[in-house]
Design a protein around this ligand. Structure first.
Ligand SMILES: Cc1cc2nc3c(=O)[nH]c(=O)nc-3n(C[C@H](O)[C@H](O)[C@H](O)COP(=O)(O)O)c2cc1C
Length: 476
């Protein structure tokens, strides 16, 4: 099987939305929508009145009309909510998903993939974070109903995903074991999703997408090959300079003087050993140039996965204002990108560029009242009676400590849920003010400005692909 050279990386929340993935796939490469928090993305887009009618167009093709209507009835506001009014809440994720939430997740994933696949027959993938476990059952099912080609999963050890995909393909219940912080009791908490329960009539079983885990070591890749009960079809091999979350360094070396994790020789990825595993792989993390593509191919890779260059292109979901300001700053001198070891409540390092007006700005950060009202990055913990509670290290510290968390784990945490939604124009409004955004990008920003043609202050996904594939005759 000959795969495209370029994967446009999944970028949450909504940065790699359907428009970007579609633009990439139409150019013969692999467009990937972010599957993170798509339930709230759909609920909020509908509350904005669904400008352009895209959500409703995709929902009108959902195989169960009743389910699609219920989602519209709950969230759609004709003409959009009044500006300055908050978005209404939707149920938070937990260890038991309500039927309402399962329906929203299935519908939202179906919508995003349906739109990304509209009008072409190219490859479309979807990206999930393994750390956000609860949606990992209904979400891929919705994407599979829309014919998603590849499921890509990072931020964790996705041993359970192949089996989940196999069960869903057969229309059977799928389940996963929930990670519970500090659990020593040996109690196992499983979540189950039964697709047949959601629909009035049984649906035709969807085809099984390929599964590409994101790995940062040959050790993890080998473990997945050995332990997964189901097929792994390829790898995204990502190094620590990539945008978004990074795998922590191996071992426990102290932070650098700038307060960043230090990666050493033990973190170097053994590419010949990855190649020897015999599956196609794409290299990610500062591979966004034709020269780096050449290097990747020479190492036996099928190609590269690129995020940062696509994040700031016209088709990305970031607001036009954030993109314009970021590109302007890159023109002056590239913003400092900090690999923040504590910003993300997941505990993984998270890349944050210095941008005034965003949560990277100490003044903006200090002014924001800490709260947790979206809860995607909460962790489960055991209450004294053996039931489960949920807490987030970025929530109000006294609340976190009341729930058994450690005060030192709250220091410097940022609310990624609210910040990332603000990035894409879906900020919650509180007392008339919007939640501040929080950008992420990779370490290497050097290829952004050269993408701007003379007199222009923006570039398209096609410009990125052309630059990456320039001179690559085989893939013209
Ligand atoms: C804005 C942004 C958001 C990202 N979000 C995710 C994500 O949700 N899940 C994921 O697996 N990778 C995420 N990534 C990583 C990309 O998919 C890709 O692997 C990475 O950006 C490649 O390195 P580069 O940034 O140097 O091009 C994100 C990257 C960026 C720039």
């Amino acid at each position: 099987m000959k795969f495209p050279r370029v994967i446009q990386g999944g970028m949450g929340v909504g940065v790699s939305g359907w428009q970007l993935a579609r633009a990439t796939s139409k150019r013969g490469q692999i467009g990937v929508v972010s599957g993170t928090a798509l339930d709230i993305v759909l609920a909020r887009r509908l509350q904005l009145g669904d400008p352009g009618g895209h959500m409703r167009r995709a929902l009108s093709t959902f195989p169960d009309r009743g389910l699609a209507h219920r989602v519209l009835d709950r969230y759609f506001i004709e003409g959009g909510k009044e500006s300055g009014r908050p978005f209404s809440a939707k149920p938070m994720i937990g260890h038991e998903l309500s039927r309402q939430l399962e329906e929203l997740m299935v519908a939202a994933n179906f919508v995003e993939v349906t739109l990304a696949k509209e009008g072409h027959d190219g490859w479309v993938g979807i990206n999930y974070l393994h750390k956000i476990q609860a949606p990992l059952l209904p979400s891929p099912y919705g994407a599979m109903l829309a014919g998603v080609d590849i499921v890509i999963v990072g931020a964790g050890i996705p041993l359970d995903i192949p089996q989940i995909l196999d069960s869903l393909t057969r229309g059977e219940p799928a389940s996963l074991q929930l990670h519970v912080a500090g659990s020593t009791s040996g109690a196992v908490h499983r979540m189950t999703f039964d697709p047949s329960r959601l629909f009035a009539e049984p649906l035709a079983p969807p085809p099984r997408p390929r599964f590409f885990p994101i790995v940062s070591s040959v050790t993890l890749a080998s473990l997945l090959l050995k332990k997964c009960q189901g097929k792994v079809d390829g790898w995204i091999v990502e190094g620590p300079t990539a945008g978004g979350h990074n795998a922590p360094p191996r071992g426990s070396s102290p932070l650098s003087p700038a307060g960043e994790p230090v990666y050493g020789p033990r973190d170097a990825i053994d590419l010949p050993a990855i190649a020897a595993l015999g599956l196609p792989f794409w290299l990610a993390g500062s591979y966004g140039s034709r020269e780096k593509l050449g290097e990747a191919l020479a190492a036996g890779a099928a190609g590269i996965q690129v995020g940062t260059l696509f994040a700031f292109c016209e088709e990305s979901g970031l607001t036009a204002d954030l993109k314009r300001k970021f590109i302007e700053r890159c023109r002056e001198s590239a913003p400092q990108v900090h690999t923040d070891p504590v910003a993300s409540p997941t505990g993984f390092p998270f890349k944050v560029p210095a941008m005034p007006g965003t949560l990277s700005d100490p003044e903006v950060y200090a002014k924001r009242k800490r709260r947790c009202d979206l809860g995607y990055l909460r962790e489960a913990y055991t209450l004294p009676d053996g039931t489960l509670g949920w807490r987030c290290a970025a929530e109000n510290p006294p609340t976190y400590v009341f729930k058994g968390g450690r005060i030192e784990d709250t220091v410097g945490r940022k609310c990624l849920c609210n910040g990332l939604l603000a990035n894409i124009g879906l900020a919650q409004v509180r007392d008339g003010k919007e939640e501040p955004p929080l950008l992420t990008c990779g370490d290497d920003l050097s290829a952004i400005v050269p993408l701007l043609s003379a007199g222009k202050d923006s570039y398209g996904a096609g410009d990125v692909i052309d630059a990456l594939l320039a001179g690559d005759v085989a893939h013209k």
